[in-house]
Each structure stands twice: as structure tokens, then as C-alpha cells.
Design a protein around this ligand. Structure first.
Ligand SMILES: Cc1cc2nc3c(=O)[nH]c(=O)nc-3n(C[C@H](O)[C@H](O)[C@H](O)COP(=O)(O)OP(=O)(O)OC[C@H]3O[C@@H](n4cnc5c(N)ncnc54)[C@H](O)[C@@H]3O)c2cc1C
Length: 376
């Protein structure tokens, strides 16, 4: 009998399969789409330093190195207000604050390492029934018995069908994403600028930047419809000149920003990980990183999901609240708040200890110091 069936072969499900195999557990990964379907998805992911170390432990970073762009500095500021802060890799005591990479690159690097006997593609899971000694997973006309099921299906209809209850908070804004170029080299600097309704982030990726621009839904639709020149001039006005002159834009898209959490996320022999358990605002780039930390601990705890749940509760709660608070603080427009944000950013810049703590939170995750992260 399998120690676990993993439902969904996104980055979290595939990483879990590899980490479980490294821990000597026998898992079967069931993925709805055909093999290689995710390789062409060019959405931008920001991997934290601790995620990079975990991917290294399963041998995936050798394939990722040429495609990943390291972030060495994060520049945080707010539009129309004073206060700015710069966080460096040195602040966090790590070689890079994170790495920017395409979803498809991560999927390809992980898929190359998952043993073919441990994965079935084109196999959408329809149902999971509890059984005396675990679960029976029903997919593509087959019934697979296992000690437990770990659902990493990205937050689709299966989660609700399994009886998990989801809470959703709509931030009322959309993220416009695109690849942009400026007339300057990025020098491995990421920018996070807090504009009128939320953050505008530029992440160094390849020769240019990946853009995440938070806008009211109507404004997002309007900027998507602009010709390239007008889009770039509006972006220039919103962001300013810190990264140089915007000269090119490609691959524009938009999606609504929500916070979705599932409580509890373990019910008997079934657990949720990754986006199936929580979808976060991208303000701190924590969504996938939290999912990978979940997967690492789930792999080590198998087949005891209770142990996994206990071990992950604090980091999960802290990451969800940290991200939600950051999204709210930088979106709100209360009197005096711009001033308070300015004081916060200025304080971060002059207090090395505060800056180090913030940098570590972004790179390592909550409640973990770099030394512990290195032991992964
Ligand atoms: C535009 C965009 C930009 C983003 N940018 C960032 C970022 O910069 N940094 C960051 O950390 N995160 C980012 N995210 C979030 C990030 O993409 C997710 O956190 C990550 O993809 C979650 O991985 P996952 O493996 O949990 O789910 P997914 O990547 O959604 O994978 C789920 C997999 O399960 C499969 N599946 C679904 N249903 C079934 C079923 N019934 N049976 C079997 N298989 C099934 C799907 O085919 C898919 O392969 C972004 C998201 C979007 C949409």
C-alpha cells in the first residue's frame, strides 16, 4: 500500500513527491493534466532563500540555476510619501534574498526527477473515500488504496467536495502582471513600491523585470487595453524613475487578489498543502514558499498527518497574518497612515536589527533562522 497518494503535480505536489521519496516514503502522484503541460506556463515565481535550499536538497537547483535571477537587494518605498528602505542579502546573512524564475522552469526541473513509476499523468482525482486503514482515491476509473491522501491541487473544486470549509477575503483589487524592460540593468534589485491601492513590484527576471501592479479592477482592465507606449508611460508615472525608463512590455495579464484559507486543513487521513490550503496576496511573495515548507514537513511526517498539522500551525498562521497585514497596511488610505508608513520604512532603514528581522522573514519564513534553514 502507498504511504500517501499526492493529488496534483504542481510545484508543491511534485516537490512533496521528491521530498517523500528522499525520506524513504512510497507515494503515488496523480496529476490531472498530461505530462509536460505546465512547462509552458511562464508566470513569475519568487522563491525565497529557504525554498531554494529545499529545492537543492532534492537536486532540482542544478537545472534551475541558468533560468533563475538572484535578488540581492529589495528596495521598498511609497509613492507620494517619505520613507524608503533597502534590504540586502547581507542583512539576512544569505547569498541571495531569493530567486525569480518561471513556473514552467520549476515544473520541468521537478518533473525530471520524479520517478516515472511514482506518477500518473492525465489522471484527475474525482473522489477520496476514508477507509479502515487510510483512504481509497478514485481517479480515471481506478481505485487506489493508501495510508493517507495529500491534496495539492491548487484550490479547485475537489477541496470543497471533500468537505473542507473555505474562508475567502476579496481585497477588491487586481494584480496586473507583465514582463517589462527598462533602459538600465536591474543589478539584481527588486523594487516594492506602495502606490495608491496597493503594491507595485518589479522583480529582476532575465534581462528585465517581472511586473506585479495592484490596481482597482476597472483600472486593471483599462491598462490591459492600452497600447504598449501608453501602458509604459502610465507605469512610469505610477512607479517613477528609480529603475530607469520603461522601454518595452510583453505578456500582460491580470487576476483578482484574494486571501483564501481552509480550516482545518487536516481531516482524518486527508491533508491539504500549497494553494489547496491557502491562497495569499502576492505582496510578500510568500504563497509558493509557504507551500514548499508545508510539503517538506508533510514528507517528513508521513504517514502521520496529525504530526504534520501540529508542526506547521505556527508558521502557517504567522505567514498568512503577516501577508494579510502587509496587504492591508499598504492599501489603506486612512489619515496619517502614509506618514506612519514613512516612519516605518525610515525606521527599517536606520535600525539594522529591524531590517535584518524583516529580511529574514521574507527569505527564510517565520520562526526559522538561517542556520536552521541550512539544515533542511
Ligand atoms: C499570475 C500568478 C502569479 C504568481 N506569482 C507568484 C510569486 O511571485 N511568488 C509566489 O510565491 N507565488 C506566486 N503565485 C502563486 C503560485 O503560483 C502558487 O502559490 C503555486 O502555483 C501553488 O502551487 P501548487 O502546487 O499548490 O498549485 P498549482 O500550481 O495550482 O498546481 C496544482 C496542480 O494540481 C492539478 N490538479 C488540479 N485538480 C486536480 C485533480 N482533481 N486531480 C489531479 N490533479 C489536479 C493541476 O493540474 C495542477 O498541476 C502566483 C500565482 C499566479 C496565478
Amino acid at each position: 500500500m502507498w504511504d500517501a497518494v499526492i493529488v496534483g503535480g504542481g510545484p508543491v505536489g511534485q516537490f512533496l513527491a521528491l521530498a517523500a521519496s528522499a525520506a524513504g516514503r512510497h507515494t503515488l502522484l496523480l496529476e490531472a493534466k498530461p505530462a509536460g503541460a505546465g512547462f509552458t506556463d511562464d508566470r513569475t515565481l519568487a522563491l525565497s532563500w529557504s525554498s531554494w535550499l529545499m529545492l537543492q536538497r532534492v537536486g532540482a537547483t542544478t537545472d534551475l540555476e541558468s533560468a533563475a535571477t538572484p535578488i540581492r537587494t529589495i528596495h521598498v518605498s511609497q509613492r507620494g510619501g517619505f520613507g524608503r528602505s533597502e534590504l540586502t542579502a547581507g542583512d539576512a546573512g544569505v547569498p541571495a534574498l531569493g530567486y525569480v524564475i518561471g513556473y514552467g522552469d520549476v515544473q520541468r526541473a521537478l518533473a525530471r526527477r520524479v520517478a516515472t513509476r511514482d506518477v500518473r499523468y492525465d489522471t484527475p482525482v474525482e473522489r477520496i473515500d476514508p477507509a479502515d486503514d487510510g483512504v481509497v482515491v478514485h481517479a480515471a476509473g481506478d481505485s487506489v488504496p493508501a495510508r493517507c491522501a495529500i491534496v495539492a491541487e491548487g484550490g479547485g473544486p475537489l477541496v470543497e467536495a471533500l468537505g473542507f470549509s473555505q474562508r475567502e477575503k476579496d481585497y477588491g483589487v487586481h494584480a496586473v502582471v507583465a514582463r517589462v524592460r527598462t533602459d538600465r540593468e536591474h543589478a539584481h534589485v527588486a523594487f516594492e513600491r506602495f502606490a495608491e491601492v496597493g503594491p507595485l513590484a518589479l522583480l529582476p527576471r532575465g534581462e528585465g523585470f517581472a511586473l506585479v501592479w495592484t490596481l482597482a479592477p476597472d483600472d486593471a482592465r483599462a491598462v490591459l487595453a492600452l497600447d504598449d507606449r501608453t501602458f509604459l508611460s502610465q507605469l512610469q508615472r505610477a512607479f517613477g524613475w528609480r529603475a530607469g525608463r520603461f522601454i518595452a512590455v510583453a505578456e500582460r495579464g491580470a487576476f483578482p487578489l484574494t486571501l483564501r484559507t481552509t480550516e482545518p486543513r487536516v481531516r482524518g487521513p486527508i491533508a491539504l498543502v500549497g494553494n489547496a490550503a491557502q491562497t495569499l496576496h502576492p505582496v510578500a511573495g510568500q504563497g509558493l514558499n509557504l507551500g514548499l515548507r508545508d510539503a517538506w514537513l508533510a514528507a517528513k511526517s508521513l504517514p502521520s498527518l496529525e504530526r504534520f498539522d501540529r508542526a506547521r500551525r505556527l508558521d502557517r498562521t504567522a505567514t498568512v497574518h503577516f501577508t494579510d497585514a502587509l496587504a492591508d497596511v499598504f492599501a489603506a488610505d486612512w489619515p496619517g497612515l502614509a506618514w506612519a508608513r514613512g516612519v516605518g520604512l525610515a525606521t527599517l532603514d536606520v535600525l539594522p536589527a529591524a531590517r535584518r528581522m524583516f529580511a529574514r522573514t521574507l527569505t527564510i519564513g517565520h520562526l526559522q533562522d538561517p542556520a536552521r534553514a541550512r539544515r533542511f
